[in-house]
Design a protein around this ligand. Structure first.
Ligand code: F42
Length: 321
């Protein structure tokens, strides 16, 4: 199954137009990112509910820090109503760098995500919620259940997702990352007495497709540079990337020298942190990812040097194959 990520960094109506293109190209799931400095995720999903017919619509991902879980339950139930039952909630611990700027303390992310998922489930089930600091709050409308996916990377968050979520969204593009993550999700599921196959595993990948392989790879370089700069040492080591290589990229980004940052993204770094190239290259990587236990490929930023033509190309020559 294929999903697609849209970052609402351009007009919501433009995102709606691309969402419809994605639906027509054969994607089955849209994920909208949630960061305060972009268009609001819920307004975007409301517009997408009206502009599409069958594709599933999710937050990819919201978090329990910037939004109270009762409000999130109400928002996702509203999107579910507007879209005729197509909503999926993606929720994660959030982005520390963003929270620092917002003055939000990132306390106990693992516990906060767990509490929030359980509270939202209880809200949707119309229970009186008395956990996670709620004092008898209760929803007055909405479906009894909406799938909840957790955005996770760390071992504990992956295990938690296996234990309580309907799916996991993992920001990674290389099979080796899933060889690491999938056993942890399975372990979490088994410990909780669930079947591992009940948890969907989504590769939330940096993806770039174009007929011209070099153009595709080039378009993904700036996204890859930011991923490398934000990656912990163990992830860099997993892909054989030295701290000096990563430092050259982060130093250039810190100076807003995007040209040097992109120049420091070697072919090996691109290969580790993106699915990029001609459609046949992308399809080969997709097949490798699917072998590791991934059940949904999420085509994430940049999608391609030209988003609109890349959506059509991926539809025909990656999904269609
Ligand atoms: N973040 C956003 O803010 N917006 C987005 O749109 C977004 C999209 C997105 C899509 C896919 C995806 O995989 C991630 C995405 N993210 C987005 C990022 C996401 O919100 C997380 O930042 C990201 O997934 C990294 O989270 P993580 O799984 O690495 O979890 C962190 C918190 C971590 O350190 N986890 C550790 C682990 O092993 O999993 C556990 C830490 C721990 O145990 N903490 C204890 C606790 O109780 O929480 C406390 C420890 C202490 O000492 O206090």
């Amino acid at each position: 199954m294929f999903g697609i990520e849209f970052v609402p960094d351009e007009s919501v109506l433009k995102i709606g137009y691309m969402a419809k293109l994605a639906e027509d190209a054969g994607f089955q799931n849209i994920w909208i990112t949630d960061h305060y400095n972009n268009r609001d995720v819920w307004s975007t999903l409301a517009v997408l509910s009206m502009m599409t017919n069958k594709i599933k619509l999710g937050t990819g991902v919201t978090n329990p820090y910037t939004r109270n879980s009762a409000i999130t339950a109400s928002s996702i139930a509203s999107i579910n109503e507007l879209s005729g039952g197509r909503a999926i909630l993606g929720i994660g611990p959030g982005d520390k760098a963003t929270f620092d700027k917002m003055g939000i303390e990132w306390d106990k992310p693992l516990s906060r995500v767990k509490e929030s998922v359980l509270a939202i489930r209880a809200f949707l089930a119309k229970e009186q919620v008395n956990q996670a600091g709620f004092k008898g709050a209760q929803m007055a409308f909405g479906p009894s259940k909406i799938p909840i996916y957790i955005g996770a990377q760390g071992p504990k968050m992956l295990e938690l997702a296996g234990a309580i979520a309907d799916g996991v969204l993992i920001n990674a593009s290389h099979p080796d990352d899933f060889k690491f993550a999938v056993p942890m999700i399975r372990q979490g599921a088994e410990k909780a007495g669930r079947k591992p196959e009940d948890v969907q595993v989504c590769a939330y990948a940096s993806f770039s497709a174009d007929k011209d392989q070099a153009k595709a790879v080039n378009a993904s370089k700036i996204v890859v540079a930011f991923i490398v700069a934000g990656s912990p040492q163990n992830v860099l080591e997993r892909h054989g990337i030295g701290m000096d290589e990563a430092k050259a990229i982060s130093d250039a980004l810190a100076k807003y020298d995007f040209k040097s940052a992109m120049a420091a993204v070697s072919p090996r770094i691109s290969e580790a942190f993106s699915v990029s190239g001609a459609p046949q290259d992308c399809r080969a990587r997709v097949d490798e990812l699917l072998k590791t236990g991934v059940t949904q490929i999420v085509v994430g930023s940049p999608i391609g040097p030209n988003k609109e033509s890349a959506i059509k190309l991926i539809g025909k020559q990656v999904i269609g194959k």
